[in-house]
Write a protein that binds this ligand. Structure first.
Ligand SMILES: [Zn+2]
Length: 163
C-alpha cells in the first residue's frame, strides 16, 4: 500500500519544584531552566507529542500503549531512544517522514536560542534534513496552567509517506 498520512500529537507535563533539580529535556536537549518536568520517563514533552503524531499517522495507537508508564523498564527512559524505536516500527511498515512541526506551549523557558540544536538533534532520528523539522513555541498569554507556569504542553503534526 502506498500513500501519505498525517498524524497529530499532544502532551502535557507538570513542572517539578525548583528544589528537585531535575534537568529540563526538550527535543532531546538539556535546556537551562530552574525546573524540570515530572514524568515516569525523562518527561520530554515535545518528543512525546512528536512520537504520538508519528504513531497516529501510521495507525499504531499511542505512546501509552507502546511504552506504558506502569512498566519499570521505562522509568527515566531516554525519549530520544523511544523515538528511535517508534521510527523502527514505522520503517518496518515502509513509512518515511516527510516533515514534522512541533510546538511548545508555555511562558518559560524561551527556546529560541536552542531551536537549531533541537532540530539538529532530532532530524537525523526522523531521517529528514533539519529544515523538514520545524520547532516553534507559543505562550497562552499567561492564561491557564501553562500561563501560570505550572507545566508545559506540546503539540506536533507529522506527514509520512511510503511509495
Ligand atoms: Zn509525556
Amino acid at each position: 500500500m502506498t500513500g501519505i498520512r498525517v498524524g497529530q500529537g499532544f502532551d502535557v507535563h507538570r513542572f517539578t519544584s525548583p528544589e528537585e533539580h531535575r534537568p529540563l529535556l526538550l527535543m532531546g536537549c538539556e535546556i537551562p531552566h530552574d525546573r524540570g518536568l515530572v514524568g515516569h520517563s525523562d518527561a520530554d514533552v515535545m518528543l512525546h507529542a512528536l512520537m504520538d503524531a508519528l504513531l497516529g499517522a501510521a495507525g499504531l495507537g499511542d505512546i501509552g500503549q507502546h511504552f506504558p508508564d506502569t512498566d519499570p523498564a521505562f522509568k527515566g527512559a531516554d525519549s530520544a531512544q523511544l523515538l528511535q524505536r517508534v521510527m523502527g516500527d514505522l520503517a518496518e511498515r515502509g513509512w518515511q517522514v516527510v516533515n514534522a512541526d512541533v510546538c511548545l506551549i508555555g511562558e518559560r523557558p524561551k527556546i529560541g536560542p536552542h531551536r537549531q540544536r533541537m532540530r539538529d538533534r532530532v532530524a537525523p532520528i526522523l531521517g529528514v534534513p533539519s529544515e523538514s523539522l520545524n520547532v516553534k513555541a507559543t505562550t497562552t498569554e499567561k492564561l491557564g496552567f501553562t500561563g501560570r507556569g505550572e507545566g508545559l504542553a506540546a503539540q506536533a503534526v507529522v506527514l509520512i509517506q511510503r511509495g
